[in-house]
Every structure is written in structure tokens, then in C-alpha cells.
Design a protein around this ligand. Structure first.
Ligand code: C2E
Ligand code: SIN
Ligand code: SIN
Ligand code: FE
Ligand code: FE
Length: 405
């Protein structure tokens, strides 16, 4: 390989190693591979157990025809078995690179076959293909890089020997970056799952459901997005919100699960859930826990200063608290609780509107009310079922052997 090529690969390698998000990384790998080979299109598949998962594709032709967003919409993730029935499957199975000058012209006794169904459906003509196994440091195959239609001027040409060489080195380098990103993804997922699991554990004693915390998190993220938060800030809030009521763990069942209205003394105890939550969550440097501490402490403050536990007023209430106040009440009103049935939507909206500037920050409330359609969609996808309310009934139907797996 030319020194120039080595330098190019080194540069790309350094750029790749900085990308932590898997999807972003895959897209960048594909984009670089396309540039290295003048490929019109390409896809990446990752190996998952005995399946090959289509992860991402790029196509100059389709991007020009439909735009990038629509193309991605059309070519969504799908799985296929790792068999010789597809070219990518063949490469995953044999770990051999294929450089095919013309897929329409394969010998009849060829070990691999090109399935032209997708081409036919979308009016694309695949001619030349360069398909490479992505091997990790242990020479284990983790994915397949598939490049389609190398171009020269206006015509499609076969991929060259040089293309194959440089992308082979590149794909192994990319494999290492992918594995690192998957590891980071895995750790992140473990952390985030733990947040939902522990929050659900707190709700287990309550008659509220795990769906409540999911809905409230999604509503809060919706508002954050509409307020113009960055993607990262909105995500952070999303993961901080499930813990808002974690302090209910410290409230006696006799109060927490009381079917009727609370007496003033019982209410006083109940109101401690904000403080208990904040104390449980304090002393962590993790951004998400800091945020959740603030949410736990301030989600029952009211804009006019009549809330608890501190009676903070207007913008002295952290914005996270002002957001969660709205979505927590919205969810309480629109769902069944041990002390109430769900209210119809008109009643929910009128209660919120009456509380504008009193309980709720008027500007944030307006943003939420303007996006009721999306809020209702969220509600629809995280609905409570009867079994959610009697968790002990739910337990009867659980297959313990399933839990052993
Ligand atoms: P939650 O059930 O998640 O309710 C959150 C907030 O939604 C309530 O905060 C309140 O501001 C609002 N909300 C709930 N139901 C209604 C309603 O019917 N009408 C109106 N206008 N607002 C409503 P709040 O009052 O500080 O209560 C905090 C938590 O204390 C509640 O969380 C719930 O777990 C408990 N709680 C409150 N009231 C009662 C009650 O009467 N009986 C029982 N068993 N628990 C209660
Ligand atoms: C998520 O979106 O990853 C949180 C869980 C859920 O809302 O279903
Ligand atoms: C803020 O006050 O912190 C941001 C603006 C708002 O509350 O809507
Ligand atoms: Fe609360
Ligand atoms: Fe709540």
C-alpha cells in the first residue's frame, strides 16, 4: 500500500476512535469507505448471535432521489439469517472478501447469489460489489461492510484491487472501533436500565405503575425538546425524571396505599417524599443523579410559591422542577390512581389551564399544551393494564423458569 494510503487510514482511524455513539460511528465508517472506493452505495451489517442485522446504509443515488431522512426511513433495520442465501451472509459465514465485477453475471455454479428483490422494488441497478468481513482483534467476524457500484465519471465500474486492499485494512480497523462503541453502549444501557429498574422498584410499593415513570420521562423530554434543549440535555432530563418519586420508598404503606383522601397529618408525611428522594440521590458526581436530585426535591413546588417543600417561587424553581411539575400532574390526572379514576381529556386540560401561572410556569405550560398530540401518542404507547395495578396478581402469571434463563 502507498504511504499516502497509510496516512489516510491513520487519519480516519483517529477520527473514528473519537466517535462514541455506535450509529454515528457506523455512518462515518460507511461514508469513509464510500469515499475510498467511489462507491455509489453501501451498507453495514453487524453480527448478532446467528443473525446478521442491517444497521445503516448510504446511497448517493437514493439520497439525491429522496433525501437522506426519507432514505433512512425506507431502509430501516432488519435481520437476516447468516446463510449463503445472501452475499452479506456468505461473507459473514466464510469471512472471505468478495469483489464482484457484475452481480448480474455470476456463474451458474456460484456459491453465492445476489437477491435483486430490493433493486427491483426501488428501481436501482446493482452491478459491482465489494463486500468485506469486519474482523476484530481476535479475527472474529463482527460485521460485514458492503459497497455497491464503484463509479468513474458517469459509469459504474468494477472495484479495483487497490480498493479491496485499502478497505480491507480499513474494515478491520473499523471493527475495533465498533467493538469499543458497543462496549460503551452496553455500559450505558446497563446504567440506564438500572435507573428504570430501581425507579420501578420504588413504584412497586405504590399503586403507581412502571408506565407512569416512563410516560412522565417521555413527556418531560418532549417539553425539553420543544424548549430547544440540545439532544444531550433532553436525554439527560429523560433519564433523571424516572427517579422523581424515589422518596416514596420512605413513606409508610398505610399512607402511600391509602384508597381515600389523606388527612392533613398524612399529607405532611407524604410531602416528605421530595426530601427523602433528594437525600437518597445526593453525593453523586454523576450528572444524571445530580439532575434527578433537583427534580426529586422540586417537582412539587408551585409557580406562585405555595408548593412544597421549600415554597420556592417562579424562576427560583429550577426549570427541571417546573417541567416535571406539569407532566407529573398531567399524568396523575389522565391516569388511574389508588385514590382516583382517570379524568377525561377536557377535564385534564381545563385543570392544567386553570393552574396556569399558579401551579405551573405559564410559558412551559403553553409549550406542553401546544404539543398535546405528541403527548397523547406517548400515553398511547405506555398504557396501564389491569395487571399493572395489582402487582401480586401479575406475579402469579410469571413463569419462573423464564426468569432462570
Ligand atoms: P401523584 O398521584 O403522582 O400526584 C401528583 C400530583 O398530581 C399531586 O401532587 C397533585 O398536584 C396532582 N393531582 C393528583 N390527583 C389530582 C386531582 O384529582 N386533582 C388535581 N387538581 N390534582 C391532582 P400532591 O397532591 O402533592 O400529591 C403527591 C403524591 O401524594 C401523589 O402523587 C400521591 O402519591 C399522594 N397523594 C396525594 N393525594 C392523595 C390522596 O388523596 N390519597 C392518597 N392515597 N395519596 C395521595
Ligand atoms: C426508553 O425509551 O429507552 C425508555 C423505556 C421506554 O420508554 O420504553
Ligand atoms: C429558565 O427560566 O430557566 C428558562 C426559560 C423558561 O423557564 O421557560
Ligand atoms: Fe411526587
Ligand atoms: Fe409522580
Amino acid at each position: 500500500m502507498l504511504t499516502q494510503d497509510f496516512e489516510k487510514l491513520l487519519d480516519i482511524g483517529i477520527a473514528l476512535s473519537g466517535v462514541r455513539e455506535l450509529d454515528e460511528l457506523l455512518d462515518k465508517i460507511l461514508c469513509e469507505a464510500q469515499l475510498l472506493t467511489n462507491a455509489d452505495s453501501g451498507s453495514i451489517y453487524l453480527v448478532n448471535g446467528d443473525k446478521l442485522v442491517f444497521k445503516t446504509s448510504r446511497s448517493n443515488t437514493y439520497f439525491k432521489r429522496w433525501g437522506e431522512a426519507k432514505t433512512r426511513e425506507i431502509f430501516r433495520s432488519f435481520e437476516m439469517p447468516i446463510t449463503k442465501d445472501s452475499i452479506a451472509g456468505y461473507v459473514a459465514l466464510t469471512a472471505k472478501a468478495l469483489n464482484i465485477p457484475d452481480v448480474g453475471n455470476l456463474p451458474s455454479d456460484s456459491e453465492f447469489h445476489y437477491n435483486s428483490a430490493i433493486d427491483k422494488k426501488y428501481g436501482y441497478e446493482t452491478v459491482s460489489m465489494l463486500v468485506l468481513p469486519m474482523l476484530n482483534r481476535d479475527r472474529k467476524i463482527i460485521g460485514v461492510l458492503q459497497l455497491i457500484n464503484s463509479t468513474s465519471g458517469d459509469s459504474v465500474v468494477p472495484f479495483t484491487e487497490a480498493h479491496q486492499k485499502i478497505t480491507s485494512s480499513f474494515s478491520s480497523q473499523a471493527a475495533v472501533s465498533i467493538q469499543n462503541a458497543e462496549l460503551t453502549d452496553d455500559l450505558k444501557n446497563a446504567h440506564l436500565d438500572t435507573i428504570f429498574k430501581l425507579s420501578a422498584a420504588a413504584e412497586f410499593r405504590d399503586k403507581e405503575t412502571a408506565n407512569h415513570i416512563k410516560r412522565v420521562s417521555h413527556y418531560a423530554k418532549l417539553i425539553a425538546q420543544k424548549l430547544g434543549y440540545s439532544k444531550e440535555e433532553a436525554e439527560l432530563l429523560f433519564w433523571a425524571v424516572p427517579m422523581h418519586d424515589i422518596g416514596k420508598l420512605g413513606i409508610p404503606d398505610s399512607i402511600l396505599q391509602k384508597p381515600g383522601i389523606l388527612t392533613p397529618e398524612e399529607r405532611k408525611v407524604m410531602e416528605q417524599h421530595c426530601v427523602i428522594g433528594a437525600v437518597v440521590l445526593k453525593d453523586s458526581d454523576a450528572e444524571v443523579l445530580k439532575k434527578s436530585r433537583i427534580v426529586a426535591l422540586t417537582h412539587h413546588e408551585k409557580f406562585d410559591g405555595t408548593g412544597y417543600p421549600q415554597g420556592l417561587k417562579s424562576k427560583a424553581i429550577p426549570i427541571e422542577g417546573r417541567i416535571v411539575a406539569i407532566v407529573d400532574v398531567f399524568d396523575a390526572l389522565s391516569s388511574k390512581r389508588c385514590y382516583k379514576e382517570p379524568f377525561p381529556e377536557e377535564k385534564v386540560i381545563s385543570i392544567l389551564e386553570e393552574s396556569r401561572g399558579k401551579h405551573f410556569d405559564p410559558d412551559i405550560l403553553d409549550v406542553f399544551l401546544m404539543n398535546m398530540n405528541e403527548a397523547n401518542k406517548i400515553r398511547g404507547s405506555h398504557q396501564d393494564t389491569d395487571a399493572d395495578f395489582d402487582k401480586y396478581i401479575g406475579l402469579k402469571n410469571i413463569d419462573l423458569n423464564e426468569l432462570l434463563k
